[in-house]
Design a protein around this ligand. Structure first.
Ligand code: NAI
Ligand code: MG
Length: 355
């Protein structure tokens, strides 16, 4: 099987970590029967300054027509509202209907201050909530007022909860097959329906209903209000398995959860739709460290593995995860965000050697 992968480095350290993602795909053993072809695609603020579009149509068309999956680095956003600019990754998620943002957070020895291993996944709804970006500002007697629409639909809530249930079952299968015990398949529904009884109320009841279907009878379901969720996530992260959340809460929870395992530079994500996945490190374009070859490539390498999982190449994904974990556990080639001195390329080479 040959997979065609779109490479979208974007801005800043995206240009340093996406080439690492390509190298790891090229280094997968031939015995997997898997090969790759690549197509370089543009998006981001520099692209916007050059062409007037942050997400050129050619990028969207190529992804739709030619690609099986893609890797997205990060893009810089202008610090003040810039006419005509809007975030390309938000647009891509919409255009390709990548309705789920999946963010695993896993500790490896040496990367966390928590005694018990952390191994959870945040499944964030990716298409609606406050991120429909329907905002307006108007004048009143007392000055300006700004408003934003928070849209929650049954369809989106149901399919994201179903995805969360599927992921919980898949994780259980992996744990069973590797003899791990102690955790059972669970989905925690996160919301704030005590205050937002209609929007978050609909998310909550729809997710409950979706997870009550027969195929999820092996999955336990609980729920938690988002603010107390943050508290408990920081006190007892080891107790969570799969967390499902509307867009905004999921965004915030997953960056916060990244802090539990050492560095934003370690945490991957995937934007997933029907038959298509874009791997994307959770971090941004990190202008403070760009161009120095010191960005941590691991978030991207894990995003490559996550993309492969959703393209049903679980064996290839497992090889990458294992090599990355071994690099972190040994701790000899760590980038500066992890307290080490290794360059981006040295971390990548150590991981390639282990593969
Ligand atoms: P950021 O994630 O770029 O950086 C936050 C801090 O973490 C910085 O100190 C940075 O050096 C460090 N960091 C991030 N990734 C790292 C890595 N791989 N290795 C080592 N250190 C790493 O977030 P920030 O500073 O808020 O945003 C910078 C730019 O990125 C902004 O223009 C923002 O809009 C954009 N951004 C883009 C995202 C995307 O494209 N998906 C997501 C988040 C931010
Ligand atoms: Mg974010």
């Amino acid at each position: 099987r040959t997979l065609r992968i779109g490479l979208i480095p974007g801005d800043g350290i995206g240009r340093e970590v996406i080439p690492a993602g390509r190298r790891i795909l090229e280094a997968l053993p031939k015995s997997l029967g898997l090969s790759f072809s690549f197509v370089d695609l543009e998006a981001g603020f520099e692209t916007f300054q050059k062409t007037g579009a942050a997400l050129p149509e050619k990028t969207v068309d190529t992804l739709k027509q030619e690609c099986d999956g893609a890797l997205f680095g990060a893009v810089s956003s202008p610090t003040t509202p810039t006419k005509g600019y809007s975030s390309p990754i938000v647009a891509l998620r919409k255009r390709l209907d990548l309705y789920a943002n999946v963010r695993p957070v896993k500790s490896v020895k040496n990367t966390t201050m928590f005694p018990d291993p952390i191994d959870l996944v945040i499944v964030r709804e990716n298409t609606e909530d406050l991120y429909v970006k329907e905002e307006k500002t108007y004048d009143t007697e007392n000055g300006k007022v700004a408003e934003a629409i928070k849209r929650i639909s049954e369809r989106a809530s149901s399919r994201i909860a179903t995805m969360a249930g599927d992921i919980a079952l898949r994780r259980q299968r992996v744990r069973d097959s590797t003899g791990q015990t102690g955790k059972s398949a669970n989905v925690t529904i996160t919301h704030k329906s005590n205050v937002l009884s209609q929007t978050d109320g609909l998310f909550r009841s729809t997710a409950r209903e979706a997870l009550a279907q027969a195929q999820f009878k092996g999955v336990t379901v609980d729920e938690q209000i988002v603010d107390s969720m943050v508290y408990k996530l920081f006190r007892q992260p080891e107790t969570y398995d799969v967390i499902v959340a509307p867009n905004l809460y999921g965004d915030i929870l997953s960056d916060g959860a990244a802090a539990l395992v050492g560095s934003l530079g370690l945490v991957p994500s995937a934007n997933v739709g029907e038959g298509f996945a874009i791997g994307e490190p959770c971090h941004g374009s990190a202008p403070d460290i760009q161009g120095q070859n010191i960005a941590n490539p691991i978030a991207t390498l894990r995003s490559v593995a996550l993309m492969l999982e959703f393209l049903n190449e679980e064996k290839a994904a497992a090889l990458i995860y294992k090599a990355v974990d071994a690099n972190l556990e040994e701790g000899k080639y760590l980038s500066p965000d992890m307290g080490g001195q290794a360059k981006t390329t040295e971390v990548v080479e150590d991981i390639l050697r282990r593969m």
